[in-house]
Design a protein around this ligand. Structure first.
Ligand SMILES: [Zn+2]
Length: 163
């Protein structure tokens, strides 16, 4: 089966990531969720678990990657996509790059606070990320953040706090 990024139902897979984010919110966490899709199937899931796990590194994307970590060697490069409800931070983008297996990123809400755009100037990042698509179901992600913290949503959207 030939992989075709553009034929994937991005809204469907993002809605699955949003389900993870909703569960995180219900658990008192930041509303961030992620799923990993391989050959059209969801094979990994993650959600933010910083507070409940007492682990500052327990980001949704990293948790999703770790949920399939021992299978990544089986993947042909370019066949896996990660869907995440917020643009990945530098740690998670780094982990996706270093997975050497998940080469497409789809996110909902752009993050102008962490703002990883400068990392895409790195040839190593460019080599590993084939598609980087934002804005898929952005409003649904923003609505979850509005419930969690309007202040943090403002930070994510504007890159600074309101005057
Ligand atoms: Zn992260």
């Amino acid at each position: 089966m030939t992989f075709n990024f553009n034929s994937l139902d991005h809204a469907y897979f993002m809605s699955e990531a949003l389900n993870e984010a909703t569960q995180a919110l219900q658990a008192g966490e930041r509303p961030i969720g992620a799923v990993i899709v391989h050959n059209g199937q969801i094979i990994g899931r993650g959600q933010a678990q910083h507070k409940n796990n007492r682990n500052r590194l327990a980001h949704a994307e990293l948790n999703a990657l770790l949920s399939v970590a021992n299978r990544l060697y089986e993947f042909d490069r370019g066949d896996a996509v990660i869907y995440t409800t917020v643009e990945p931070c530098e740690m998670c983008l780094g982990a996706i790059v270093m997975s050497d297996a998940v080469n497409h990123i789809v996110y909902a809400l752009p993050d102008r606070w962490i703002n990883t755009a400068p990392m895409f100037a790195m040839p190593h990042v460019q080599r590993h990320i084939y598609n980087y698509l934002g804005g898929v179901l952005e409003k649904d992600s923003a609505d979850l953040w509005e419930k969690y913290s309007p202040r943090e949503l403002s930070l994510i959207r504007e890159g600074k706090l309101p005057e």
